[in-house]
Design a protein around this ligand. Structure first.
Ligand code: BGC
Length: 492
């Protein structure tokens, strides 16, 4: 028997880290727009609805990207798919920074959105398929870590380039995206295809060669054998419809379900609107708001790093229950802070920011990484591309619904006379100038409680549906579904 650890673990980490740069671009490109908006709005003199269209274009692109490329990654391979995303990231960053008209900006955001959608499923998939089972969770979570670093970098780049005397400061904010795009493009060029995809194309020797470099030696032949068996079993079936067959129903419910709860605990209301939330609760001015957002970004990164060490030790289920309970607790507390903000006075804003940190910390150790990890694990080889693209498609759809409905939900749940009033310097397209306006922001207390209730439902759902995939090979997970067993009975 060969000693543990003689395979090249460093190589695997390098491979995963390069691929995970796709996550950095994902985070960067979703976050960067928030700081750029005030500038390009003024530069092109845009109405709020055009700004909304430009922002949403990225999301629409992501949905299309996630939808179209699932099959393509099964046909052409994971590596080529990520390369395409990298090219789009680079071209899109140049296009959006250069954009001479608002329409260029709109289409370039849509274009970058495609790359975000493509990479959001192909990167975790690539990493899962190339990782040894024992550290798969940790390596796929690298993707989440880079998403959070990307979000933080985008806040910082917004902060660095924002210049009130220069309406074109939004351009360099977008150009920054070229750098990680090139890293992904050049790095990925040298990385191998995944052994599992190669095997699905009958390229056994190539597959074995790569597997030997990345898997623990004693597991190589076993993995090859199991891949072969699985492929044999699935040979005569059309693979697109396969994913909707009864034996895979649980896998589908798990992938869509985990993304539903990841988004419907309201994570992106905090990511996209935290400057606004902090301003509402009493931090003065846009700068203070952005600094609040930076602090959220930092907590997010730090706790995602912590999750890397826990995910393959504590396992998926424990992290899910601990994390989601913490999320529910902080959402309830945030609701209280906003409900009683007048009696809390100046203390209110500090309570708000601390509970937002606690909320983000619990998200970062659980639903953040788990969403992307689980969708890359639960589907069998032949339909893994299409399966995980359904997972990331759901992520983008739910993300869009939550972002689009947040302020409406806030309004809906604001008792009359309880709205928080602020004075803000806003752009008015009619007069083509900025002026101080009085805004009734509503009160987000009810919205936070609403997300808390969804979190509680998520705890119940998780009890029945969240599988413990820690340390289990992808082939064994597949076997479990074939035997018609329940998700919570999956064990080593
Ligand atoms: C989610 C994103 C979110 C990010 C925050 C990701 O897992 O999918 O929607 O913005 O985590 O860290």
């Amino acid at each position: 028997m060969t000693k543990k650890g003689t395979y090249n673990k460093n190589l695997v980490v390098i491979i995963a880290a390069i691929a995970a740069t796709g996550g950095l671009l994902f985070g960067f490109d979703t976050g960067v727009i928030s700081g750029a908006i005030p500038f390009f709005q003024q530069d092109f003199q845009l109405s709020n609805s055009m700004v909304e269209n430009i922002t949403t274009a990225g999301l629409v692109g992501a949905v299309i990207g996630a939808m179209l490329t699932g099959r393509l990654s099964d046909i052409f391979g994971r590596k080529k798919t990520i390369l395409v995303a990298a090219i789009i990231f680079v071209l899109g960053a140049i296009w959006s920074g250069w954009a001479p008209t608002e329409h260029d900006l709109l289409y370039s955001r849509l274009f970058i959105g495609l790359a975000i959608g493509i990479s959001s499923f192909s990167v975790p998939l690539y990493i899962a398929e190339i990782s040894p089972s024992r550290i798969r969770g940790r390596l796929v979570s690298l993707f989440q870590l880079l998403i959070t670093i990307g979000i933080l970098v985008s806040y910082l780049s917004d902060l660095a380039f924002a210049d009130n005397n220069n309406v074109e400061s939004w351009r360099p904010m977008f150009y920054v995206g070229v750098i990680p795009g090139l890293v992904l493009l050049i790095g990925m060029f040298f990385l191998p295809e995944t052994p599992r995809w190669l095997m699905s194309k009958g390229r056994e020797e190539e597959s074995r060669k790569i597997l030997k470099r990345i898997e623990e030696p004693e597991l190589v032949e076993g993995s090859i054998l199991r891949m072969k068996e699985e492929i044999e079993k699935q040979k005569h079936r059309p693979n697109f419809r396969e994913v909707f067959k009864p034996w895979l129903r649980n896998a589908l419910i798990i992938a869509v379900g985990i993304m539903f709860f990841q988004q419907f605990v309201g994570i992106n209301t905090v990511i996209y609107y935290s400057p606004k939330i902090f301003m509402i609760v009493g931090f003065e001015g846009a700068k203070a708001g952005i600094w609040g957002a930076v602090s959220v970004g930092v907590v997010n990164v730090l706790f995602t790093i912590l999750s890397l060490f826990m995910i393959d030790k504590l396992g998926r289920r424990k992290l899910y229950f601990i994390g989601l309970s913490g999320i529910v607790f902080s959402l309830l507390a945030l609701g209280l802070v906003f409900a009683f903000h007048t009696s809390l006075g100046d203390m209110g804003k500090w309570f708000a920011i601390v509970f937002v940190w606690i909320y983000i910390a619990f998200f970062a150790i659980s639903l953040g990484p788990l969403g992307w990890l689980i969708i890359s694990e639960v589907f069998p080889l032949r339909v893994r591309g299409i399966g995980s693209s359904i997972g990331s498609l759901s992520n983008w759809l739910f993300n869009g619904v939550v972002a689009f409905t947040f302020f409406k939900i806030v309004k809906l749940f604001t008792a009359s006379g309880k709205g928080i009033i602020t004075q803000e310097n806003l752009y008015d397209a009619a007069t083509n100038s900025f002026s101080v306006q009085t805004i009734d922001n509503g009160n987000p207390a009810g919205a936070f409680w609403f997300y808390a209730v969804i979190g509680i439902l998520g705890l119940i759902w998780g009890y029945f549906y969240l599988p413990e995939t820690k340390g289990i090979s992808l082939e064994k997970i597949e076997e479990h579904w074939r035997k018609g067993k329940k998700p919570r009975d999956l064990k080593k």
